[in-house]
Design a protein around this ligand. Structure first.
Ligand SMILES: C[S@@+](CC[C@H](N)C(=O)[O-])C[C@H]1O[C@@H](n2cnc3c(N)ncnc32)[C@H](O)[C@@H]1O
Length: 211
């Protein structure tokens, strides 16, 4: 049996006894302990973008060899792998879920793209995006909006493409409705170019099709 977790918990619980502040410290310490043991929780579930929609997203972002594509919440890594394979550009995928990270890394390996693509297990709200020239998203409207402060640090001319969801608070430059050959569903694609154009206060854009 691994005794380290038990010893660590014991050590944590004995701190209040030493400091003499048991009432205040124990709940905090127990919360810290459970957070440490809890696996990171994705803000949105994994749903892959169909391959032909990935192609359309990269086309909409006008990706070329000189670009650096970041996929925020990269799933199985298909967007950055496709970008590197088709255009020879660099790519970085971030996902919070270790299973997705392992799948992405496997995908990169399978296509022998280790020189161009790297994958990291990170929370997308804690990453520096300044190295990217293209950002791809398939999240949710409120998560897209939460990314605005990070996206505003991108270089002028950088493009952001979102599959399915708008980014309430900023005006899209273009919206494309594309019917996938894979699932026969109409997919909505949104394009923004840096600098972002803020919508008037309170004039919040809605996800496509919602009231
Ligand atoms: C809808 S899937 C999109 C996958 C991929 N981008 C695609 O289009 O095929 C969203 C992904 O975001 C990841 N995710 C959710 N919250 C995250 C967070 N805070 N940081 C990093 N990844 C996150 C999920 O694990 C999931 O793989």
């Amino acid at each position: 049996m691994n005794r380290f977790p038990c010893l660590a918990l014991l050590a944590l619980l004995s701190v209040p006894l030493v400091t003499g502040n048991a009432a205040a410290d124990w709940p905090d310490l127990l919360r810290a302990w459970t957070n440490w043991r809890r696996p990171p929780k994705p803000d949105v579930v994994y749903v892959p973008t169909p391959d032909d929609v990935v192609d359309r997203m990269l086309q909409l972002a006008d990706v070329s060899k000189g670009d650096v594509v970041y996929d925020l919440g990269c799933g199985d890594g298909r967007i950055v792998v496709t970008a590197a394979k088709k255009f020879g550009c660099r790519g970085t995928g971030y996902d919070i879920d270790p299973q997705r990270v392992a799948e992405s890394q496997e995908n990169v390996k399978k296509h022998d793209l280790g020189d161009l693509v790297d994958i990291h297990q990170k929370d997308i709200f804690r990453v520096d995006l300044s190295g990217a020239s293209v950002i791809t998203l398939y999240l949710l409207p409120r998560l897209n909006t939460r990314l605005i402060p990070q996206l505003e640090k991108l270089k002028p001319g950088s493009r952001i493409v979102s599959h399915q969801y708008d980014m309430p608070g900023v005006e899209p430059e273009k919206i494309v409705h594309y019917t996938s050959r894979e699932d026969s569903v109409v997919h909505h694609l949104y394009l923004w170019t840096i600098p972002l154009k803020k919508t008037a206060a309170g004039d919040e854009a809605k996800p496509h099709g919602s009231k």
